[in-house]
Design a protein around this ligand. Structure first.
Ligand code: FES
Length: 93
């Protein structure tokens, strides 16, 4: 099962492959803030480190919103991700 790790807290959790990261974040104590939960506000932006394929590729809409949110490499909208492999999530500084 894929593992979600939060380096800032040291917490680590296993989830079902293909599960929505949003569902996990809403049901667990996490350092990631949520806003609209629909990919429109950028509140959930965080640095997501993972192997290719562990989450889906960036969409054009996600790229456009992230360009207005952060310059961080590997930034993603957590509310839009499905987890297929191990990922590490760090809030923006
Ligand atoms: S919570 Fe608004 S874009 Fe993710």
């Amino acid at each position: 099962m894929p593992k979600i790790t939060f380096p800032t807290t040291g917490a680590s959790h296993e989830v079902e492959a293909g599960s929505d990261l949003l569902d996990f974040l809403q049901s667990n104590d996490s350092p990631i803030s949520l806003g609209c939960t629909s990919g429109a506000c950028g509140t959930c932006t965080a640095v997501v480190e993972c192997e290719e394929g562990a989450v889906q590729a960036l969409t054009t809409d996600e790229i456009e919103l992230l360009e207005h949110t952060t310059d961080e490499a590997n930034a993603r909208l957590c509310c839009q991700l499905k987890v297929h492999g191990d990922i590490s999530i760090s809030p923006l500084q």
